[in-house]
Design a protein around this ligand. Structure first.
Ligand SMILES: Nc1ncnc2c1ncn2[C@@H]1O[C@H](COP(=O)(O)OP(=O)(O)OP(=O)(O)O)[C@@H](O)[C@H]1O
Ligand SMILES: [Mg+2]
Length: 113
């Protein structure tokens, strides 16, 4: 993987792992986060981050892109960044259970377009 691909993957993984820790039971005692990074044909990279599911006694949430980007907002930037860097992102799993967030990254795409 070249330097650009490496940096993009690191940024995306960093946001998604941070989310797993902040918004799921992965951030609790004995919490785990599973990360996979796979280079697909055509040099696109598929990243997955799996969390431990909903935290006890906390509202259940799922990965949701914030609607408005207010510069003063302190939350909702992570998935916006992922959406901007990735060709596509999505999540799988059942609400409340472990969720996997996927991102497909094309290092050859010009990010200005
Ligand atoms: N792994 C996850 N499990 C459950 N909910 C999630 C998960 N990841 C994200 N979310 C939900 O999606 C929302 C948006 O995530 P996003 O990363 O954009 O913002 P944030 O984590 O709240 O703040 P920021 O990333 O700007 O510090 C979160 O506030 C949370 O409700
Ligand atoms: Mg976040």
């Amino acid at each position: 993987m070249d330097e650009k691909a490496n940096s993009l993957v690191k940024l995306v993984v960093s946001e998604l792992v941070t989310n797993a820790v902040r918004h799921s039971a992965s951030g609790g005692r004995c919490g785990r986060v599973k990360v996979t990074v796979e280079m697909l044909p055509g040099r696109v990279v598929l990243v997955s981050v799996t969390d431990d599911g909903a935290r006890a006694l906390r509202p259940i949430t799922v990965p949701t892109l914030a609607n408005h980007m207010d510069d003063a907002e302190e939350c909702g930037r992570g998935l916006r960044l992922v959406a901007a860097l990735a060709e596509k992102w999505w999540w799988t799993g059942c609400r409340g259970g472990p969720l996997t967030v996927w991102a497909l990254i094309d290092p050859d795409r010009d990010l200005d377009t």
